[in-house]
Design a protein around this ligand. Structure first.
Ligand SMILES: *Cc1c(COP(=O)(O)O)cnc(C)c1O
Length: 374
């Protein structure tokens, strides 16, 4: 491995992401489900995208059209899927460079048709059904069915590719056999009316995986759009109580350098007002504690709540834009100035850290490290 001299550093283990991808692609395949690998959570880092593509994701998906356009220019063979409804100014590129888009507005679909005609090109759409999470999608199933028939019967260039749904987002609604089965019933009704099968019945994201693992996902679901579980693998395990020993949690590790170690009171001194971000945090008086400051901050990881110290006895106590403060009183390690500490993370941190230009990235290539499951 190259000597690494510059911190903060995000160490990205492609080996582990590859293992996670193979594992999930396989268990989904057994249920007749293919995976759209969602790459927005890692800023579409090319090496990671490559691992998802090699690992058997049938589609590559993002809500950011720029990330997908870049892929096309790299000649990746997977079909691309835009998973946020297109904006007006994106229509031209959607038709030109994206294979599939999620849609919920007739106005946009008509714009797509018009642009397709201009470019003499077809484009596939997946109609989104809102099953109660109240983010995107048709709330009324009859309306969705009408639009599906309209596309099938009246549009020449826009092709009805399937239906989909998004859950556990705005409304934190859990995917269940019942709500996903409702989507399947809507799909069946459309299929009966158009006299052919839909290509895609897309049953959500990472949070639909527990249904796959429990063998409780409706049979008709044939696609999931997965980002987090492939890329970080921690939310699923820690938030949802699924301890999958075949999944790696530490696909990405933040490494940061200690720039101060001192013993200080744990309760601030003086009149308490606001912190650097206008909040009024509460502090617990634990007496004098040994703490360290690391040179990385909220500009890089945004929230410290979801960072996971990997050294024993280290506890995050706060952060500002450029500093992360940890309590090391209970650590048995003899930390020194200049030492490096490691942190695992949840999806949100990966999202921010991969996008921060102040964080260097180091890739551990396939087989560079032993396959150790943390
Ligand atoms: C982000 C997103 C996903 C992927 O979600 P994960 O939790 O990362 O699996 C799937 N579908 C849509 C519409 C999204 O916006």
């Amino acid at each position: 491995m190259d000597a690494i001299t510059s911190y903060p550093l995000l160490e990205i283990n492609l080996n582990k992401i590859s293992d996670n991808t193979n594992f999930l692609v396989n268990i989904c395949e057994e249920k007749g489900i293919n995976i759209a690998g969602v790459i927005k959570g890692v800023n579409a880092e090319p090496q990671i995208v490559n691992v998802l593509a090699q690992g058997g994701c049938k589609y590559l998906a993002s809500s950011r059209i720029e990330q997908l356009i870049n892929l096309k220019e790299k000649n990746i063979e997977q079909e691309t899927m835009l998973i946020r409804m297109p904006m007006k100014h994106e229509i031209k590129d959607v038709v030109k460079k994206i294979d599939i888009s999620l849609n919920s507005e007739i106005k946009t679909i008509n714009l797509l048709e018009k642009e397709c005609k201009k470019q003499n090109k077809s484009h596939k759409v997946v109609l989104m059904m809102d099953l109660g999470d109240l983010r995107e999608g048709f709330f009324d199933k009859e309306e969705l069915i009408d639009i599906a028939l309209y596309i099938e019967n009246n549009l020449k260039y826009v092709k009805l590719y399937g239906v989909g749904t998004n859950l556990s987002c705005y409304g934190s609604i859990k995917p269940s056999y019942e709500n996903l089965n409702y989507l399947c019933e809507v799909a069946q009704e459309i299929e009966n009316k158009i006299g052919r099968e839909l290509d895609m019945i897309s049953g959500g994201s990472t949070t639909s995986l527990p249904l796959v693992l429990d063998d409780n996902i409706p049979e008709k679901i044939n696609n999931l759009r997965i980002g987090e579980a492939l890329l970080v693998g921690r939310d699923l395990i820690d938030y949802w109580g699924y301890d999958l020993d075949r999944m790696h949690k530490d696909t990405m590790i933040l490494k940061a350098e200690i720039i101060e170690i001192k013993e200080k009171p744990s309760y601030p001194i003086g009149e308490m007002f606001l912190d650097a971000f206008g909040n009024k945090p509460t502090y617990q008086d634990r007496g004098i504690r040994k703490r360290a400051i690391l040179a990385v901050g909220r500009q890089d990881f945004v929230n410290d709540r979801d960072l996971v110290p990997l050294e024993k006895g280290v506890e995050i106590i706060g952060s500002s834009s450029d500093h992360l403060i940890v309590d090391i009183q209970n650590s048995e390690e003899n930390f020194q100035i200049g030492d490096i500490m490691s942190f695992g993370m949840f999806y949100s941190n990966a999202l921010y850290l991969t996008s921060s230009k102040y964080v260097n990235k180091h890739y551990i290539q396939l087989e560079e490290l032993e396959t150790k499951i943390i």
